[in-house]
Design a protein around this ligand. Structure first.
Ligand code: PEP
Ligand code: MG
Length: 574
C-alpha cells in the first residue's frame, strides 16, 4: 500500500531507495545467515571480539591521563563489568547457534532486548545506564568489523538504502559519514539540531519529525525522500516514481550548474566583497570545503573528535587533526572552536546529564570546570597554529568572568608551550561566539576584549525564544525571523563594526539562501556555513544590490505580523 508522511525537510534533494530500519546499535549492523558448518568459527569470532574489547578497555583504564575528568575511571570500570556479564558475553552465542545468524546481528538483537528491559526501570539514573550497554556493544561490534566473518549467504550491497530511525544523535551521524546512505528519515529532531546539521554537511536528503516513521515503514519498503518539502512517500506507484525521478534529475542538473560559480569573485552587484567560509565537523569534510571554493573554515566543531569513543583524544592526537586540517587549507583561515560538549552532544565520560542540559554544563562552562581537559585542547590548537592561519573560537560565552578566565587559560597554555620549547603563532586570534542573548546585548564588551565575533544563530534563536532546537514538538515556534532575534543579530554586527572587529554568522541562517539578503541588509559581510550551501548563497550575493536591501530589512526588524514577514521577505528576495 502506498502512503505519504510529512515532516520537516532538513536537507534538500530527492532520494529513492529501500528502507533500512535502524537498530539501537550506533554502528550499522550487517545481518545474514551462515551455513551450518561455519557456526563454530562464528562462535570463536565472537569470543575473540569480547577478549579484544576487554583488553582494549583495560589498556584505556590503565592509561588514563592525569588531566582526565575523574568520572572516566569509574565509567571504564562500569563498561568492563557490563562486558563480563553473561547477558553480553554469552547470550548472543545462544542466538548464533539457534538462528544461524552472524555474530554482529546476534549481539545487536541481544542489545535491543536489554535496552527494552532498561526502558521499564522506574529510576531515571538506572534507566539511563542503557546508554552504557549500547556503548559496550558498539565497541564489540567495532571489533567484530575488524575481524570479518565467512561470506554470508545473502547480502546485497548494491541497492540504495535509506536509514529510518526513531532518533539519531549527532554522534550517530558522525559515524554515518563513512557509511553510505541515500537519505535519512527520523521520527524526532528539529531543523537546527546537530543531527540535522550533520545531514546537511553530508548533502544527503533528510526529513525529520515524522513522529511514527519507524513504526509505519517496514524494512525494504521502497521510499521516496524529498528533503526540501519534508515528504516521504512509501511504496509509491509507477507514475509517482516517474515524477520524482524527473525531479531528482532536475535537482542534480541545478546543483551541477551552480558549480560554475565556484571560481567567481564573491561580491554584491555594487562590488562589496563578501567572505564565504565553511563549517566542518571532521577532517574528512575538508574536501567539500575545497569543492565549494570557500575562503576558509569559519567553524571547526572540534567536539566531534571526542564523540564515539570512551577515552579522550590526547594532545598529540588533537594536534595531528588540527594540523592536518590547517595544512589542507594551505594558508587560508581555519577557525577551531574549543569544545562545545553538553546539550545534545554528550561524551560518554561526561558529567551526569542534567534535566536541562542546554542550560547546564555546556561548552565553555564545561571547559572551565575541567581545566585539564581544556589545557590539553588549547595546547593542541596553539601547536597547530604554527602550520597556517589558525584562529581560536570560544563557544557560549555569556559573562565577563568566563571571558577573563578563558583568556587566562589561553595565556597559561601559551606559557607552558614556551617552557617546553614548542612553537605556536604568538599572534593567534581569539574570537567569541555570540549565542546567548546576554552576550549579544553585551556584544560591545566582547568585541573590545576579543579579536573577532561569530554569531551562533542556532543557539541564539534557541535561547532567545526559549525553544529547544532539537525538540520537534516546538519546531514551529523556532523562528529566525523573530524581530527579537534580528535585533540581536544587528546589534552584534554593529558592535563589531564600532570596535573595528570582524563579525560573522556561523549558524544555519548563514547557509539559508532565502535569508542571505536579509543578513546582508543587517550589515553582515562574512558568512560561514555547510559547504553544500555555499554556492547557492553565493548566487544570491552575486544578484544583490546592498542599497536596495536596507529599507525592507529595517521594516522586518520591527515587524511583528507573521504574514507581513513573509511578504517582506518575498520582496527582499524578488
Ligand atoms: C550555533 O549555535 O549557531 C552554532 C554555530 O553552534 P552549534 O550549532 O554547533 O551549536
Ligand atoms: Mg551553538
Amino acid at each position: 500500500m502506498s502512503f505519504s508522511l510529512h515532516g520537516i525537510g532538513v536537507s534538500g534533494g530527492i532520494a529513492i531507495g529501500y528502507a533500512h530500519i535502524a537498530s539501537h546499535a550506533r554502528v550499522e549492523v550487517p545481518q545474514y545467515m551462515l551455513d551450518h558448518k561455519y557456526i563454530p568459527d562464528e562462535l570463536a569470532r565472537f569470543d575473540e571480539a569480547i577478549l579484544f574489547t576487554r583488553a582494549e578497555l583495560e589498556t584505556l583504564r590503565n592509561n588514563i591521563p592525569a588531566n582526565a575528568p575523574a568520572e572516566l575511571s569509574a565509567f571504564l570500570d562500569m563498561h568492563l563489568m557490563f562486558l563480563g556479564d553473561s547477558m553480553i558475553a554469552e547470550e548472543p552465542k545462544r542466538l548464533i547457534r539457534e538462528t544461524q545468524c552472524n555474530a554482529e546481528w546476534a549481539l545487536a538483537q541481544q542489545m535491543e532486548a536489554l535496552v527494552a528491559r532498561f526502558e521499564e526501570i522506574d529510576d531515571a539514573y538506572l534507566r539511563s545506564r542503557q546508554e552504557d550497554v549500547v556503548q559496550v556493544v558498539q565497541r564489540v561490534l567495532k571489533s567484530l568489523t575488524g575481524h570479518p566473518s565467512h561470506l554470508p549467504l545473502d547480502i546485497d550491497f548494491d541497492i540504495e538504502r535509506i536509514l529510518v530511525a526513531h532518533e539519531l544523535s549527532p554522534a550517530d551521524m558522525a559515524l554515518f559519514k563513512t557509511v553510505h546512505f541515500a537519505a535519512f528519515v527520523t521520527d524526532l529532531g528539529g531543523s537546527t539540531s546537530h543531527t540535522a546539521i550533520l545531514a546537511r554537511s553530508m548533502a544527503i536528503p533528510s526529513v525529520m519529525a515524522l513522529h511514527n516513521a519507524r513504526g509505519l515503514i517496514r524494512d525494504h519498503d521502497l521510499l521516496i525522500v524529498d528533503g526540501r518539502d519534508g515528504v516521504v512517500i512509501v511504496n509509491p506507484d509507477e507514475s509517482v516514481l516517474t515524477e520524482y525521478r524527473l525531479r531528482q534529475n532536475q535537482w542534480l542538473i541545478d546543483t551541477d550548474k551552480l558549480k560554475r560559480l565556484k571560481t567567481s569573485k564573491s561580491a554584491t552587484l555594487d562590488g562589496t566583497p563578501i567572505e564565504l567560509m565553511a563549517n566542518i565537523e571532521l577532517l574528512q569534510d575538508v574536501d567539500a570545503v575545497k569543492t565549494a571554493g570557500a575562503h576558509g573554515i569559519g567553524l571547526f566543531r572540534s567536539e566531534f573528535l571526542f564523540l564515539n569513543r570512551s577515552d579522550l583524544p590526547t594532545e598529540d592526537e588533537q594536534y595531528a587533526s588540527y594540523r592536518a586540517v590547517t595544512e589542507a587549507l594551505d594558508g587560508k583561515p581555519v577557525t577551531i572552536r574549543t569544545l562545545d560538549l553538553g546539550a545534545d552532544k554528550q561524551a560518554p565520560w561526561g558529567h551526569t546529564v542534567a534535566d536541562n542540559p542546554a542550560l547546564g554544563l555546556r561548552a565553555i562552562r564545561l571547559c572551565l570546570v575541567e581545566p585539564g581537559l581544556f589545557h590539553t585542547q588549547l595546547r593542541a590548537i596553539l601547536r597547530a597554529s604554527q602550520h597556517g592561519q589558525v584562529r581560536m573560537l570560544i563557544p557560549m560565552l555569556a559573562n565577563f568572568i568566563e571571558l577573563r578566565q578563558t583568556l587566562q587559560h589561553i595565556d597559561n597554555a601559551k606559557a607552558s608551550l614556551r617552557k617546553d620549547g614548542l612553537k605556536f603563532d604568538e599572534g593567534i586570534q581569539v574570537g567569541g561566539m555570540i549565542e546567548v542573548p546576554a552576550a549579544a546585548l553585551s556584544a560591545a564588551f566582547f568585541a573590545d576584549h576579543l579579536d573577532f565575533l561569530s554569531i551562533g544563530t542556532n543557539d541564539l534563536i534557541q535561547y532567545t525564544l526559549a525553544i529547544d532546537r532539537a525538540d520537534d514538538s516546538v519546531a514551529h515556534l523556532y523562528d529566525p525571523l523573530h524581530p527579537a532575534v534580528l535585533q540581536l543579530v544587528q546589534h552584534t554586527i554593529r558592535a563589531g563594526q564600532k570596535a573595528g572587529k570582524p563579525v560573522s554568522v556561523c549558524g544555519e541562517m548563514a547557509g539559508e539562501p532565502l535569508l542571505t539578503r536579509l543578513l546582508l541588509g543587517l550589515g553582515l559581510r562574512t558568512f560561514s556555513m555547510q559547504p553544500a550551501s555555499l554556492l547557492q548563497v553565493k548566487q544570491q550575493i552575486l544578484r544583490s544590490h546592498l542599497d536596495e536591501l536596507a529599507p525592507i530589512t529595517q521594516r522586518l526588524l520591527k515587524n511583528t505580523d507573521p504574514e507581513k514577514t513573509i511578504t517582506l521577505l518575498g520582496r527582499l528576495n524578488s
